[in-house]
Design a protein around this ligand. Structure first.
Ligand code: SAM
Length: 308
């Protein structure tokens, strides 16, 4: 696969076809709402819970050996639920060790919600938190300007690489932030997901308003091979119940289509032919399956564990 082509080709290919004035991208706030709706109707976080339970204890067992503090960096942490689950695993595997947790997250609403979650957690003694309300690139620039290149034992980038400015450089930079025996965890959509099929085989159904990279696991592992870094991939099944997308005018379905297409009010602003074609694409077996009369879009995830 041509990695450059894979990650640098953005949906803007369709701009001539579907650049109609009433269509616009989601703002950061609208994206937060659409993402919440996606989480409510998908097994995204349950899939991560399964990985945390089955694999994470082994993965983090060798981190920070002999140190009194384990340094953790979350990049694109969102509202922090996944981060806190991983911190609790670290606490269980390394009892008594302090955890220094830094977070790079540009969305102020997400940072505020994360802080609130920490305030309400009774079990985070020995854990310190530093939030950087920045994009990963801004953080990288800040680190380079200050010349303080702190090393981390564990860095995670969970479902966030789609939105960074430059994926290869981002991975290269954060990999360089790993301490000896450190690990970088990247969670990204699997090549077997409906997203991968939608982006590859039905790209023409997606409007130009969708911004971000169409990247799945294979694009990342190709880059890691080029960088010559050791990594292991775990594939886990996950589904997203998109049945409401097929009910014209349904509010829940409308938010789902907004998340799928990165477009505000896709249902109300996209040309009817595009709406019809997207719905047809979503029903294709490479995207979705039917269970008990519900349409389940494949949201399979890949957990990539990269060595330092
Ligand atoms: C899909 S959410 C995932 C949140 C969380 N990691 C999770 O899995 O629940 C993507 C997150 O990446 C953040 N993000 C977007 N662009 C980013 C960038 N350039 N650098 C760092 N984070 C970014 C968003 O604000 C959002 O919180």
């Amino acid at each position: 696969m041509n990695f450059e082509a894979e990650i640098l080709t953005t949906p803007h290919d369709n701009s001539e076809l579907y650049m109609i004035p009433s269509m616009r991208s989601l703002t950061a706030e609208e994206y937060v709402e659409a993402f919440k709706s996606f989480l409510d109707h998908s097994t995204e976080h349950q899939c991560m819970d399964e990985f945390n339970k089955e694999q994470m204890p082994n993965i983090v067992a060798g981190l920070g050996t002999g140190k009194s503090t384990i340094n953790v960096l979350g990049v694109g942490s969102g509202t922090g639920e996944q981060d806190l689950k991983m911190i609790r695993i670290l606490q269980a595997v390394h009892p008594g060790v302090s955890i220094d947790n830094e977070i790079v997250e540009p969305n102020p609403q997400h940072v505020a919600a994360y802080k609130e979650l920490v305030n309400q957690a009774p079990d985070l003694q020995n854990v310190s938190f530093i939030w950087h309300q920045l994009t990963s690139l801004e953080y990288e620039q800040q680190v380079k300007e200050k010349g303080t290149h702190k090393k981390f034992d564990f860095i995670h980038m969970i479902q966030m690489l789609y939105r960074v400015e430059d994926i290869p450089n981002t991975i290269k930079f954060f990999h360089s932030c790993l301490d000896h025996h450190g690990k970088l965890l990247i969670i990204i959509l699997s090549d077997s997901s409906g997203w991968a099929s939608l982006w590859k085989r039905h790209r023409d159904c997606l409007p130009a308003t969708d911004s971000g990279h169409y990247i799945t696991c294979g694009g990342i592992t190709e880059l890691l091979r080029r960088l010559g870094v050791q990594h292991r991939v775990y594939e886990l099944p996950s589904g997203w119940d998109i049945t409401e997308c097929f009910s014209e005018g349904d509010a829940v379905g409308g938010r789902m289509l907004d998340f799928l297409t990165g477009t505000k009010n896709f249902q109300g602003t996209a040309p009817p032919a595009l709406r019809r074609r997207l719905r047809e694409a979503l029903r294709q077996p490479e995207c979705s399956s039917t269970r008990d009369g519900r349409v389940i879009f494949s949201n399979n995830l890949s957990m990539i564990v990269v060595d330092s």
